[in-house]
Design a protein around this ligand. Structure first.
Ligand SMILES: [Zn+2]
Length: 126
């Protein structure tokens, strides 16, 4: 028991009930004191790291930058460039639409002008 007190405990989260725990990282498994479920210590520590990892704990937390974090960053970067391409596409479409609108406007304007002229001519006849 005296021996165990010297061990540096690290924060973890129970894989079963999600309770915050202090675990001995040199051991493989422990039993949660809240739900009495045995859990793998490495997984519980990892749970904690995923949820609370920050600079404060950086010295006793191992963040795997090559794995999930990189994936998330890559995904975010991809999303950003995709949304930029989408915006470019949208602007192009907008320009196309306004050109179409002007063409349609002139088309109807000339039809309307034609009708007015025909009506004016008809009125001259009577
Ligand atoms: Zn638990």
């Amino acid at each position: 028991m005296e021996e165990e007190k010297k061990v540096k405990l690290v924060p973890a989260i129970c894989t079963q009930c999600g309770a915050r725990l202090e675990v001995d990282p040199s051991k493989e498994a422990a039993v949660c004191r809240f739900c009495n479920t045995p859990f793998i210590i490495e997984k519980a520590i990892n749970n904690y790291n995923v949820k609370y990892a920050n600079i404060e704990h950086a010295d006793n937390v191992n963040i795997d930058l090559s794995g999930t974090v990189k994936e998330v960053l890559d995904f975010a970067g991809k999303q950003l460039s995709e949304s930029r391409a989408e915006k470019k596409q949208a602007r192009k479409l907008e320009a196309e639409n306004s050109r179409q609108f002007i063409m349609t406007f002139f088309k109807y304007f000339f039809i309307f002008a034609g009708i007015v002229i025909i009506m004016w001519l008809l009125m001259q006849m009577f």
